[in-house]
Design a protein around this ligand. Structure first.
Ligand code: THU
Length: 160
């Protein structure tokens, strides 16, 4: 038996003004997207902004439904919107923010497992890391240099 270490490194910023101007702009776009979320059931709104290598910014937010499990997360709304419009795109960065009408979300909200899995497919295909930035409504922002660093031992098409 042998033990291995799996490590993830991340940068932590105290607020949005500490980000580079590109990252700040992308996070502001994610906030705009968050404000348009359709989340009447969870009251938890998530916004996502993707920066593509053609300079376009694609927005997404969570979309819920009275049949609760039938909703969709902001990140997958955004990546599928981007993938459907720009099939050969390269995603450079993803900014995510979440807020609730019931409580102040003051810690960074990372993408859920299903979104990490979905996003990993794009990072693998494009052979370039996707930077991920995430925050709550207020407070610190976490930035990682790649999506796969958030998903060790992940499943991919090589198993099929
Ligand atoms: N949600 C997202 O949009 N992204 C995530 O990564 C986690 C959760 C949404 C789904 C649902 O509409 C609400 O947040 C509460 O789970």
């Amino acid at each position: 038996m042998k033990k291995i270490e799996v490590t993830t490194s991340a940068s932590i910023f105290d607020n949005i003004s500490q980000l580079s101007s590109d990252d700040q702009l992308l996070m502001e776009k994610a906030v705009e997207a968050r404000k348009k979320a359709y989340a009447p059931y969870s009251k938890f709104s998530v916004g996502c902004a993707l920066l593509l290598d053609n300079g376009k910014i694609i927005l997404g937010n969570n979309q819920e439904s009275a049949a609760y499990p039938s909703g969709m997360c902001a990140e997958r709304v955004a990546i599928w919107k981007a993938g459907s419009e720009f099939p050969n795109m390269v995603v450079k960065k993803i900014a995510i923010t979440a807020a609730s009408s019931q409580t102040e979300v003051n810690k960074p909200v990372g993408p859920c497992g299903a979104c990490r899995q979905t996003l990993s497919e794009y990072e693998i295909n494009q052979k370039e890391p996707i930077e991920i930035l995430f925050m709550g409504e207020v407070g610190q922002i976490i930035k990682t240099e790649s999506l796969l660093s958030l998903l060790p031992f992940s499943f991919d098409s090589s198993y099929l």
